[in-house]
Ligand binder design. Structure first.
Ligand SMILES: [Zn+2]
Length: 468
């Protein structure tokens, strides 16, 4: 009876308003991939020493997914970069809005956090750049204006994806991945908390925090073809190392999914909240980095994704809507003497002449000096795709507990929380972690409590969207 009524209703709509109304309720999606590999020889990001690029293992890409339903448009871009400078995301969003008419507010530009991409912004880049200019009159590592090129290419990816939108079927769900990710902060026998204390370190007592084994999956199919498959997993992309450009383990994930995706389907990867999560298993002595390790991780994750695909739930009533807010997070403050000392200490960065955490602190203090105010505007975005599925985008490297708290409070059974969206203001630890200290808290610019404010804001937006 229900079926008969529904059929009758459908026929009426078709009779009253051909195509327009019928198609108006459909979700449409388009995807595009643009190469963002910088020239040979650029400085590379990820660590505190100057590392010059020597080639490309696999090209860096910006992958755009544009969604459209009725009057709503959204764009999500995933870039193989350690972070997105706010100046670049703002410029890319503005350019893309001019080209497509999609509101800049509805765009999320994420970095996957690959540590084998370019160092193109921030206090460390500024220091190395100034040093090169002072010594040589020009910076041989910066032959092009990469931030401008990057912004234009991200906008181009959004434009291409927007032009190719077509009706899609969305299915979504969560798989579980054990054994690949580890909390990298540990309680030690001396009562301290340390990050990456080293494999088989006898002074380790226990991890200082959890992991998030969820693998969030969104599958977009156009007819019988795969259009895009988004995987969100909380595991730091620092598994390759070296001086060749690489997308890190998402490259191997994509390779594993290629037979499913075919020639046109695109594997998108979003970094979950992995500020304190990496791949290092301290209980084993195996090698820590390299393409073998990245391959192992990407392939294992790919197997998990493939096994989960038949279990994803079809989203028969997509309801695209976007909300965002800006959290005003107070920044840490330093005295004039501390700032002057940090400027001196930068000369020792990447050397053994200054303890590592002192180098990190100098970099952080100078990063703070590059910001225009003592309040950091942190953008929180929520994209509702259906009554069951939502995506949250947050700036910075978010501690896993914060992402878990958002998922726990979210009324959407499938909530994907993606970090490093639109800005890269260092780590976003929990209040608990700030009390414990160690690397991530030294390399954070916000005051304790900023991360919890992001959780509150994201939860509020998720609840607003479920009630509408
Ligand atoms: Zn990191």
């Amino acid at each position: 009876m229900k079926q008969a009524l529904f059929t009758l209703f459908s026929i009426c709509i078709v009779a009253m308003a051909p195509e327009m109304q019928l198609y108006a309720t459909e979700l449409q999606a388009g995807v595009a991939v643009v190469d963002i590999t910088p020239p040979l020889g650029c400085r590379m990001a990820g660590y505190f020493n100057e590392r010059l690029n020597t080639g490309t293992h696999d090209p860096l890409q910006a992958k755009a997914l544009v969604l459209h339903q009725e009057d709503e448009w959204a764009a999500l871009v995933f870039c193989d970069l350690v972070g997105i400078a706010r100046s670049v995301s703002e410029r890319a969003r503005r350019l893309a809005a001019e080209k497509t008419g999609i509101p800049a507010a509805n765009m999320l530009i994420a970095a996957t956090h690959s540590h084998t991409g370019p160092l193109y912004a921030g206090a460390l880049r500024q220091y190395f750049h100034d040093r090169a200019v002072a010594a040589k009159g020009a910076d041989p590592q910066e032959k092009i204006d990469y931030p401008a090129v990057l912004a234009a290419k991200i906008a181009e990816a959004i434009d291409k994806a927007a032009r190719s939108v077509r009706p899609v079927a969305l299915s979504a769900g969560m798989a579980r991945q054990e054994g690949l990710s580890f909390n990298r902060r540990f309680h030690m026998k001396d009562g301290t908390v340390q990050f990456n204390p080293g494999k088989l370190n006898p002074n380790i007592v226990r991890p200082a925090g959890p992991i998030d084994p969820d693998v969030g999956l969104l599958r977009f199919r156009a007819g019988d073809k795969e259009l895009a498959l988004l995987t969100v997993f909380a595991l730091h992309l620092d598994t390759v190392g070296g001086t060749e450009y690489s997308a890190d383990y998402p490259f191997y994930l994509e390779r594993k999914l290629q037979p499913l995706l075919g020639a046109e389907g695109v594997s998108l990867f979003g970094a979950g909240t992995c500020g304190d999560i990496n791949h290092i298993d301290v209980s084993k002595k195996d090698p820590q980095k390299g393409h073998l390790e990245a391959g192992r991780i990407g392939t294992t994750l790919g197997d998990t994704v493939m096994k989960a695909l038949p279990k994803l739930r079809p989203q028969r009533s997509p309801r695209l809507a976007i909300r965002r807010t800006i959290v005003q997070a107070p920044l840490q403050k330093y005295s004039a003497e501390a700032i002057a000392q940090a400027r001196k200490d930068m000369a020792k960065i990447g050397t053994r002449e200054l303890p590592f955490l002192k180098q990190v602190e100098a970099y952080k203090i100078l990063s703070l000096q590059m910001l225009p105010s003592d309040i950091l505007p942190m953008e929180v975005q929520v994209f509702r795709l259906s009554d069951e599925v939502a995506i949250v985008g947050l700036p910075g490297e978010i501690f896993v507990d914060l992402g878990l708290a958002i998922k726990k409070a979210s009324p959407f059974p499938v909530t994907l929380v993606i970090e490093l969206c639109n800005d890269a203001p260092g780590y976003v630890p929990t209040v608990k972690a700030f009390k414990e200290g160690s690397y991530e808290t030294v390399n954070s610019r916000i005051q304790p409590g900023g991360g919890e404010k992001l959780v509150e804001a994201a939860t509020r937006l998720l609840k607003e969207l479920v009630d509408r």
